[in-house]
Design a protein around this ligand. Sequence first.
Ligand SMILES: CC(C)(COP(=O)(O)OP(=O)(O)OC[C@H]1O[C@@H](n2cnc3c(N)ncnc32)[C@H](O)[C@@H]1OP(=O)(O)O)[C@@H](O)C(=O)NCCC(=O)NCCS
Length: 188
Amino acid sequence: MKNLDMMNTLQTEIIHTDNISVELNKLIDQLDHLAFAHHPSAPVDPEFDSIDWSSPIEYMALGYIDGELVTLLGFLRREILVGGKPVWVVGVGGVATHPNWQKHGLSSTLLKAAEKFMREKMNSSFGLLVCADERRTFYGRVGWEHLADEIFFTQTSQRRSLKTSVMILPLADQIWLSGEIDLCGLPW
Ligand SMILES: CC(C)(COP(=O)(O)OP(=O)(O)OC[C@H]1O[C@@H](n2cnc3c(N)ncnc32)[C@H](O)[C@@H]1OP(=O)(O)O)[C@@H](O)C(=O)NCCC(=O)NCCS
């Protein structure tokens, strides 16, 4: 575990995935694997391992300490169906911090930076992410609200469901519709 001092401020950037170089992509993959390998998720749903995740993601939010990539997340804009009605959301996924840098508030800071970008540039009503139940408090601290425990999605033309915590972040003055949440494609 690293110590953060006054010199180590987090530098954040939001980058479109079209503009990510091969080298940066490698660093992103490395960090992603490292973070998720240290915290193997304990999926509630036995179907979890057979899910294909949406790729590519549209934007990455990246956080650096002294030039080292230490925290990241991805997001995309998608029109989904809620109770059968279309809603634009920003789907957030792949939230990860290097194991040596966790519990310093870095991911929370990056989520806030990404939220600012979403509000200003993404023209969507809500952020939406899925997570393990034990992560609800973490996302709740930065403004996300637990909303449901199941989503529906489409994989290779098959409609499937996943039991998971669904969190939303209001991005506009709009009330969430009630009813089934259909991601209209692969989850993120
Ligand atoms: C989840 C994850 C991204 C959090 O990253 P992080 O940079 O450690 O996040 P933060 O530091 O902002 O917050 C994490 C915790 O540290 C606490 N924290 C923040 N600053 C702190 C500080 N200065 N001292 C001690 N604790 C601190 C937060 O309150 C939070 O507590 P909680 O987990 O009980 O809610 C990271 O643990 C990770 O990469 N996990 C593996 C991948 C994963 O599971 N991703 C989530 C998929 S949904």
